[in-house]
Design a protein around this ligand. Structure first.
Ligand code: GP9
Ligand code: MN
Length: 633
């Protein structure tokens, strides 16, 4: 090599390839990224390239070789530091770095010490690319061609880089539709976009929300507070404190919609246990209860439950605003002496839960690491609900009482697949495999809920608890309307589609004995105050949008996240005002206007609280705005 001259930008090419390969080797050795098929592996391999081409490409703008090499070295060092920083962080937290953790180190205990403890001498290998680049700079003799790095060459280079980026994004979109709007799992982002692009994306998301936060001040809260106060409902005297002092168990029923309850499919009962519950003497069942989630799906339902605020119109609030101050149900219960936790057998970074739960004041997160998934105990997205509930109840026996625990089920999730032995009923026979299988997984979920009740009784936890269960969002989207029409025996109009957003809501109080079916129209935003009042805790000073479903004053007005709404008279969908009884458009369409206006207003208030992080200016103990020196920066 010493004697022969190499093409002009050999060092640049070597640098790109060296860092690219180093990154891929680090992916494979330092992180446990799950790969299910060859395409995923290829995307993982390809994904560092686009950003590296752009970053190193900056070298083409330098005339002198010295400056060019310095630039290349700087990029090599920066990328290595990012990569290695993640390696060290991952060793301790099994997660990738996101900007807020760098500023919220107190959340994570002594980050400095733990990071130091996870550094080894052999880690020098993670910097292999720098060594290769230095050697290349020393030994590779590049041709000094007379033509200056012509602008056209540069252009071609960056067009190529852009092509690689779009090719990568295209593959990622094919492999993981709606990656950026929907699946906010850091592992998924790194897997599809690559470590470097992921960090750029993270910086974008975080700075966008920081900018909105910086521009906000407490005065905006006055208007919101007035609105909230004027719509507040007094708790029902009868139900207030009905479950005071008991353990609170909230179960999220994955993708469960109300239409399957008390219904049959080709002569088979779909939810035998839950059907019984709807008639049970200790249960109040709400058949006219709607989900209000947006793109954040399950996490949005958790947000509605914990905060009584609406999730965001774009993106998942769990991901975009996990650094905010919230006045969550968990925090409130914690203040009243409850230990609080969530149990969910999935990776903790999914929906950014690990970060968000800190902000929501949840003491502990039993993630997949807290479960033993035995042979045959996983299907579809992960651990099956029956063993999940079993082990979750085991965890409960260890918890300090009274506790508030939340269980997130998972088996009844798209694409609704099951092992043969867990299929208790036949498939449906429409043209939609999704809907056909849905009945089977719902049937499995029903069985799992039954075992949960049995386990609680067996472990002596049942009597002294209250069990609240809710469906998180639809499982069958409008894409399956034709099949749905076949099942329901009627056309799926926008009115019907809105009605299909009903999800079950159960309040089960062992020993209550006055159970009934409550026809009140309500939504997930109402869960927080309904539950807190049952637990004997006040909400009158809280800023939130829900109302107690048991209250005489509860208003029947459910606002969907996309602006549709339901009242006791109307259903508003696809810009049409329908009569709720007949499902026909009402003659005078303007009757919906005042509601439409209020729906928009309420959603905007909620959004402004989240975007401005306004609750940091609020003192929930006395319902006052914080004085300047009490405000956090
Ligand atoms: C994943 C589970 C399902 O942890 O919450 O998420 P979803 O896709 O329903 O939002
Ligand atoms: Mn879900």
């Amino acid at each position: 090599m010493k004697n022969k001259e190499c093409p002009k930008h050999s060092v640049l090419a070597i640098a790109v390839i060296a860092t690219w390969l180093t990154t891929y080797v680090v992916y494979k050795t330092a992180f446990s990224i799950t790969i299910d098929n060859a395409l995923q592996e290829f995307i993982l391999f390809l994904n560092p390239l686009s950003l590296l081409l752009f970053a190193y490409g900056g070298a083409l703008f330098f005339k002198s070789k010295k400056a060019r090499n310095r630039y290349i070295l700087a990029i090599a060092v920066v990328t290595s530091v990012i990569l290695y920083g993640n390696v060290a962080f991952y060793r301790f937290f099994t997660d990738f770095i996101t900007l807020p953790v760098l500023f919220q180190t107190d959340n994570f205990g002594d980050l400095g010490n733990s990071a130091a403890a996870s550094i080894y001498w052999t880690d020098i290998l993670y910097f292999a690319d720098i060594i290769i680049i230095l050697l290349a700079m020393r030994f590779v003799k590049e041709k000094q061609s007379a033509v200056k790095s012509a602008a056209t060459h540069r252009k071609a280079y960056f067009v190529l880089s852009a092509a690689v980026l779009f090719f990568n994004l295209g593959l990622a979109e094919a492999e993981r539709p709606q990656l950026l709007t929907r699946s906010f799992d850091r592992e998924m982002l790194v897997k599809n976009l690559g470590m470097y692009n992921y960090h750029l994306y993270d910086v974008y998301i975080q700075s966008k929300s920081q900018a909105q936060r910086a521009l906000a001040d407490g005065s905006e809260l006055t208007e919101v507070t007035n609105y909230v106060r004027s719509n507040q409902a007094e708790p029902s005297e009868e139900m207030y404190g009905a479950a005071e002092g008991r353990n609170l168990i909230v179960v999220t029923l994955e993708s469960l919609q109300t239409f399957v309850l008390n219904n049959e499919m080709n002569g088979e009962t779909i939810t035998p246990f839950m059907n019984e519950l709807t008639q049970d003497e200790d249960t109040i069942y709400f058949p006219n209860f709607y989900h209000q989630t947006g793109l954040g799906k399950t996490s949005d339902s958790e947000f509605l439950l914990e905060t009584g605020m609406y999730p965001l119109s774009g993106g998942a609030v769990f991901f975009t605003h996990s650094g905010n101050t919230f006045n969550s149900m968990a925090e409130k219960m914690g203040n009243e002496g409850y230990t609080t936790n969530v149990q969910h057998a999935n990776t903790k970074s999914f929906w950014n839960r690990d970060m968000m739960y800190e902000s929501l004041g949840i003491d502990k997160f039993y993630d997949i690491q807290s479960y033993t998934v035995g042979e045959g105990q996983a299907v579809n997205w992960g651990m099956k609900d029956i063993p999940f509930f079993e082990q979750s109840v085991d965890h409960m026996t260890e918890m300090q009482q009274p506790f508030y625990t939340r269980l997130l089920s998972l088996t009844n999730h798209h694409p609704f697949t099951l092992d043969e032995e867990d299929k208790f009923i036949e498939e449906f026979d429409s043209n939609s495999g999704t809907l056909n299988r849905y009945f089977q997984t719902v049937r499995y979920l029903d069985e799992a809920v039954k075992t949960l009740f049995d386990d609680l009784k067996e472990q002596g936890l049942y009597e002294n608890s209250i069990i609240v269960m809710y469906g998180d969002h639809y499982g069958i989207s409008d894409n399956h309307n034709e099949a749905m029409a076949q099942y329901l025996g009627k056309e799926i109009t926008p009115y019907e589609s809105a009605q299909l957003q009903k999800v079950p809501f159960f309040v089960h109080i062992p020993g209550y004995e006055k159970g009934y079916v409550d026809e009140e129209i309500g939504g997930q935003v109402d869960m927080r105050s309904t539950i807190l009042h049952l637990m004997g805790m006040e909400t009158e000073k809280d800023i939130q949008f829900g109302g107690d479903l048991f209250s005489e004053e509860h208003e029947e007005f459910v606002i969907f996240r996309d602006g549709r709404f339901v009242t006791d008279e109307y259903v508003y969908a696809a810009n049409v005002c329908y009569d709720i009884e007949t499902g026909e458009p009402v003659e005078d369409q303007s009757v919906c206007d005042p509601y439409a206006e209020r729906a928009l207003e309420e959603l905007q208030y909620s959004e402004s609280i989240i975007n401005g992080d306004l609750l940091r200016f609020y003192e929930e103990e006395n319902g006052q705005l914080k004085t300047l020196d009490e405000q956090q920066p």
